[in-house]
Design a protein around this ligand. Structure first.
Ligand code: 1PR
Length: 522
């Protein structure tokens, strides 16, 4: 039996799933006494430092937790569960941490995308039993904008490089805590947790730790999901967003099975898009929640879910906020949610008002679950123009002139799965969404989707230049070389594909083989 401290702010489902996969029975802490009575305690932190400490205080957990940390009983902290151990954080000035380890928590000051999202390595600084069976060159999944800065090196267990070297895990007697998420770090992460649970392992330093660690470019498999005309939930795939062939919805497999296959084949992340979510009420859409629940039991890499995340009014007039919809997805095992149509409408409103309301789905979900949990999915389409000044939008000079020789184009945002074009360009959308608190951009391209002709590098460069959050390049991948192209000719942090993986034309392994010599991968 292991106790899990869930203060109710986010997704602890994946941690429970990982512990259960390792044969543990997990008991969720309900009171301060449960903390004091625990034999082993896991603390996965989600959200922000300030709200975490506030909730711990409201629940009267701070005293028992501090007392527990001063016993010899095992403790494992994850992400904010590491940061909580320090004196304070720049994220919430004036709010005291648990002060078990001297030092503070600082925001990344780097000329790189923040949050630091993805798979990075560790450099081991002292022996620990959690490293048994690891080579030392494995990568683990990180997602954070703040990192701990201990006052001395005494308790530093690992460091990681991102612009500069930061402390990525600490060890102090019975206390182990990691900035990365072992529960989302595939087989290496499960091994690490297994070692923590098996208390008798000997303390080691793995043999092949890298001198410097490098963040890997992520390869993401995307599953567009919808109900077909027979009522079955299927993975489908469009050609420029048209998913029907001879009148029928293309059926490329079952969502849970396909996600399991991609996990085994080495996908760094898996994205589900409920592509008819814009017209259905997702909380009635139980199959998607089931898909997430079942997938997250066996897939230990990050899961994103998109489609239909917005405010709703049901037929009886009951209001559901986008935050409620998102919370349901997080509870079912999602690590991030992606917002498509609603983001376009929100940005249009912000531009009209000249300011944000603080009430949009992007702002609300980012406040509760953190910026890193909010992905904006953009569905743009190229519009050619003769001169850049002929429209108010962000235009680019293109190397692929339009049908009438136009040398400029802009990327028009669409909603409802490409069905409706709006008077807003993708660059502006991305920029405003970042200001509202989005943590990542999933950049599709309707012209390229399903064409196998390669990513739209011009679009990716235009958006990447406008934001400092990570950008996932999507649409058009036809072979492994296209991934090499996108990672060498743009600064995209991740590449996503659907059709080539579903149809088994190219495997994730093949993509990584081609990238290996030139691009850092997991
Ligand atoms: O608007 O918040 O309800 O979200 C709906 C979501 O569903 C959006 O993220 C939107 O991109 C997606 N969507 C809606 N309709 C379609 C469609 O295809 N008819 N899917 C659709 C878009 C997702 C792409 C695709 C890549 C790679 N497809 O990410 O996976 O283009 O494909 P490829 O490698 O085969 O070229 P909301």
């Amino acid at each position: 039996m292991i106790s899990l401290l869930d203060y109710g702010a986010g997704n602890v489902r994946s941690v429970i799933n990982a512990l259960e996969r390792l044969g543990e029975t997990v008991q969720t802490v309900k009171s301060g006494n449960d903390i004091l009575n625990a034999d082993r305690l896991v603390f996965p932190g989600v959200g922000s430092f300030g709200s975490m400490m506030e909730i711990l205080r409201e629940k009267n957990f701070i005293g028992p937790l501090t007392e527990y940390l001063h016993t010899a009983k095992p403790f494992f902290g994850i992400c904010l569960g590491l940061q909580a151990l320090f004196d304070s954080s720049e994220e919430a000035p004036g709010v005291a941490g648990l002060a078990v380890i001297p030092g503070t928590v600082k925001r990344f000051t780097v000329d790189l995308a923040v949050p630091h999202i993805g798979w990075n390595g560790i450099n081991v600084r002292q022996p620990s039993r959690i490293f048994n069976g690891l080579e030392g060159n494995e990568k683990f999944y990180f997602v954070h904008s703040y990192h701990v800065a201990p006052s001395s090196n005494e308790f530093v267990l690992t460091t990681t490089d991102y612009g500069y070297e930061f402390v990525s895990a600490i060890q102090k007697g019975n206390i182990t805590a990691t900035q990365f998420h072992p529960e989302k770090s595939g087989k290496a992460g499960l091994k690490l947790l297994e070692n923590f649970l098996a208390e008798t392992r000997e303390e080691i330093i793995p043999a092949s730790c890298p001198e410097r660690t490098v963040l890997a470019k992520r390869i993401i498999a995307c599953l567009d999901v919808r109900t077909n005309d027979q009522g079955d939930l299927v993975v489908t795939k469009g050609d420029q967003y048209d998913v029907r062939e001879k009148g029928d919805v293309r059926n490329l497999g079952k969502p849970v099975q396909l996600a399991g296959r991609y996990y085994e084949e080495g996908a760094d992340e898996i994205t589900f898009l409920n592509i008819t979510g814009f017209r259905d009420f997702p909380l009635k859409d139980m199959p998607m929640l089931e898909v997430l629940e079942n997938t997250s039991k066996n897939v230990f890499v990050p899961l994103t879910i998109g489609g239909g995340i917005r405010d709703y009014e049901d037929k009886d007039g009951r209001h559901y906020s986008a935050l409620e919809v998102a919370s349901e997805y997080f509870r079912s095992g999602a690590d991030k949610i992606s917002i498509g149509s609603d983001a376009v409408l929100i940005v249009e409103d912000v531009l009209k008002r000249g300011q944000a309301t603080g009430l949009s789905s992007i702002e609300q979900i980012a406040r509760v679950y953190g910026n890193q949990a909010v992905v904006i999915s953009i569905d743009p389409r190229r519009v050619y123009v003769k001169t850049p000044g002929s429209v108010k939008h962000h235009t680019i000079k293109t190397s692929f002139p339009g049908p009438e020789g136009e040398e400029y184009c802009w990327y028009q945002c669409t909603i409802k799965g490409g069905r409706e074009g709006r008077d807003l360009d993708a660059v502006t959308l991305a920029r405003v969404c970042e200001q509202l608190g989005a943590g990542e951009i999933l950049l599709n391209c309707i012209d390229k989707d399903g064409t196998n002709s390669g990513f739209d590098l011009e679009l990716i460069n235009a958006v990447k230049d406008a934001v400092s959050i990570p950008v996932i390049a999507s649409s058009g991948a036809g072979n492994a070389q296209h991934f090499l192209e996108v990672f060498t000719r743009t600064k995209a942090e991740a590449g996503l594909a659907a059709g080539i993986f579903h149809r088994k034309e190219v495997s994730i392994e093949e993509v990584k083989k081609v990238l290996k010599q030139t691009v850092e991968i997991r």
